[in-house]
Design a protein around this ligand. Structure first.
Ligand code: WTA
Length: 641
């Protein structure tokens, strides 16, 4: 039997191995011992029941709880005056806000009464379209407090993306802010909401937080100001008693088709999984100041800005702005100012910052930093080293955390200071995570002390897994449980080294078969990016009469570089020498930029359509960061033909 400390933390690599083994040998007693460390209204009757064929998964059935009692009430007793949230505004001249656990408890309860007073009950769906201000976290927790299901939509999405998400979940209420500053830009959120609300019949009430003093158009009877509503209600709000498997939230993620999937997470398993992983991956100590730069509109923000850190009693930083404003030193300035100990960001941000003069990072005292983290995409070797050398000064373990909206919590990652790290490797699965590498025939590649590469699947349930796609259980089954019988399919490929370390190689939907050869787009792109003139590239496949598929590379060049035949020759030969002639693209198209999602991922679906001559069937491009790029890419493509 394992002894689990209050903070749930593993403290050595030998212990990691021991816990991991225990979690595989007896998953139910392992997770039961972890779950004991939380506050329950009533203990569960059954730790786990599951059937991956249906698929159906239930954790801690019969248990009753409220996640906000675990994030707030329990810390009222032990650390009421500890800072729960530090908020750093977009504009450095504006004041930083510190909110203690006691203050957060009051604010959440108070706003929960606003929800109730406006007719929101347990099970109702509430959409949040808000900037990165503490009120977003407060609104999330207020929903959870009364058992309403929140659906946070990233406030960079367009009005049509917002309305389709509201309609998919039949949200009764929308919570937003009038405006927000991001860098130098001012975004009128309320105006975007008004556009979206033209065709969202389920919305009865809109609560508007006034972030700026500008006049805000309000629709009488529907729209209400946050502060006015607070005046009408009391500050005490009992937490709703929730069943372990009641829905906690819906969060949309994009699939390989255009229609987003509303992943549904439930109360108890999500709480246990996010808190356990947060404590162990980051190895938090009580005085640490933790900063995750993600937006709460994504799963990273849900799990590792709000729920995980607060349930662990940590101090979590929320940043309203962008890394480049007022200049590229902003992240490092905040690290120095708030004495950040744990810094968690995305490789795309690291690459952007590494491109800037070193003086931006060298100017600041980063000696408070203890642990660095990355998430969201594979981190390339160069970015890893820059992060390690110039941000961590070689003193901070880097936790490369692999997980997904669907998994709810980190699945593969070093435990900071405990697991030996290896650049570009997410390393080892967390306890409770039973991975399987699958070969092309759908057979598991057994673990031998050998290297292996395949598709990444999970062969046993874990507490924080999404339970369904909202309103479309068939899609959940088809996308995740039909590839490999009895296993959850991640959609990612992975490489495993002889010590059992995993490196995520990228989405396997990007594998292209050319003349019968399996080619991953990522290594080809890496080869192209090696060329000194290249800024970025994306490789896709298009139908070819003889080869089945042929390759097309879309390439953006560094500023002031001229396109020439010589350049194309050099790029093709670089691919030829690093991967082989088979990987040389048939087409190399130079474009000023690539179409990207808000989280920085290249939208290959669009590039594929263009290369297949289907530029009139691009589907919804409104969720792109740079929809205007598409027209230019089409032109560049046509010019090439
Ligand atoms: C990718 C983000 C490599 C992966 C938490 C996954 C990663 C998808 C890593 C999920 C990592 C995430 N290394 N790839 N450390 N972390 N990914 O749902 O392809 O926005 O399937 O969740 O991001 O993206 P999502």
């Amino acid at each position: 039997m394992l002894t689990i400390p209050d903070n749930l933390q593993i403290s050595s690599f030998a212990q990691y191995k021991e816990w991991y083994q225990a979690s595989v040998n007896a998953p139910e007693s392992f997770w039961s011992a972890i779950a004991e460390q939380f506050e329950w209204k009533k203990k569960w009757n059954n730790v786990l029941s599951y059937d991956f064929k249906k698929p159906e998964v239930k954790w801690f059935e019969g248990g009753k709880l409220n996640i906000t009692e675990n994030c707030l009430d329990r810390y009222l007793k032990t650390q009421p005056n500890k800072t729960a949230i530090i908020w750093e505004p977009n504009n450095p001249d504006e004041e930083t806000r510190h909110i203690t656990y006691r203050q957060l408890y009051v604010k959440v309860s108070h706003f929960a009464n606003v929800l109730k007073n406006n007719g929101i009950q347990k099970g109702d769906k509430v959409c949040l379209y808000m900037p990165m201000i503490p009120e977003l976290a407060i609104a999330v927790l207020a929903c959870a407090r009364i058992g309403a299901v929140h659906s946070v939509v990233f406030a960079g999405f367009s009005s049509s993306a917002l309305s389709s998400r509201i309609n998919d979940a039949h949200c009764k209420m929308l919570i937003t802010a009038n405006e927000v500053y991001r860098g130098e830009k001012k975004v009128e959120l309320k105006t975007i909401c008004d556009e979206a609300l033209e065709n969202t019949p389920s919305i009865e009430t809109v609560i508007v937080y006034r972030r700026t003093v500008e006049p805000t158009p309000m629709k009488i009877g529907r729209d209400k100001f946050w502060f006015d509503e607070l005046q009408k209600v009391g500050k005490d709000c009992e937490a709703e008693i929730m069943d372990a498997e009641d829905e906690l939230f819906i969060l949309y993620t994009s699939g390989s088709t255009g229609q987003p999937k509303g992943m549904v997470h439930t109360c108890a398993g999500y709480m246990v999984g996010t808190t356990f992983s947060f404590q162990n991956v980051f190895q938090m100590q009580s005085d640490d100041i933790y900063w995750c730069t993600a937006d709460i509109g994504w799963i990273t923000g849900h799990s590792y800005i709000v729920y995980g850190p607060l349930a662990a009693g940590a101090t979590t930083v929320m940043f309203e702005g962008v890394p480049s404003y007022p200049d590229y030193g902003r992240f490092w300035e905040i690290c120095e100012k708030l004495k950040i100990t744990h810094f968690y960001t995305a490789p795309t941000a690291i690459r952007a910052l590494a491109k800037q003069p070193l003086s931006f990072v060298e100017k600041y005292d980063l000696s408070s930093l203890k642990v660095l983290g990355t998430v969201g995409e594979p981190i390339n070797e160069e970015a890893w080293h820059w992060y390690n050398d110039y941000v961590g000064h070689g003193n901070c373990p880097i936790v490369d955390t692999w997980w997904q909206t669907e998994t709810g919590a980190i699945m593969i990652s070093p435990l900071a200071g405990i697991t030996p790290t290896r650049p570009t490797f997410a390393t080892q699965p967390l306890p409770g995570v039973q991975l399987a590498l699958m070969d092309e025939k759908g057979k598991e590649i057994e673990k031998k002390p050998e290297k292996a590469e395949g598709r990444l699947a999970v062969k046993f349930p874990w507490p924080s897994m999404a339970r369904t796609v909202y309103g479309n259980h068939e899609r959940y089954k088809k996308v995740y449980f039909s590839q490999f019988e009895g296993k959850y399919f991640t959609g990612d490929g992975a490489y495993r080294d002889a010590s059992g370390n995993y490196r995520i190689t990228g989405r396997v939907d990007d594998v292209i078969i050319v003349s019968g050869h399996n080619l991953g787009t990522a290594p080809i792109e890496n080869a192209i990016n090696e060329h000194a003139s290249v800024a970025e590239s994306a490789v896709i496949g298009f139908p070819h009469e003889i080869k089945g598929n042929a390759l097309c590379a879309y390439v953006t060049l560094h500023k002031d570089i001229q396109v020439s035949d010589q350049l194309i020759k050099e790029i093709r030969s670089l691919i030829g020498t690093t991967i082989g002639p088979i990987a040389k693209p048939d087409k190399v198209i130079f474009t000023p930029s690539l179409p990207k999602t808000r989280s920085g991922k290249i939208m290959r679906r669009i590039l594929r359509k263009i290369a297949s001559g289907q530029e009139d069937q691009l589907g919804d491009i409104s969720t792109l960061l740079n929809p205007e790029a598409v027209e230019k890419i089409i032109l560049a493509y046509k010019k090439h033909l």
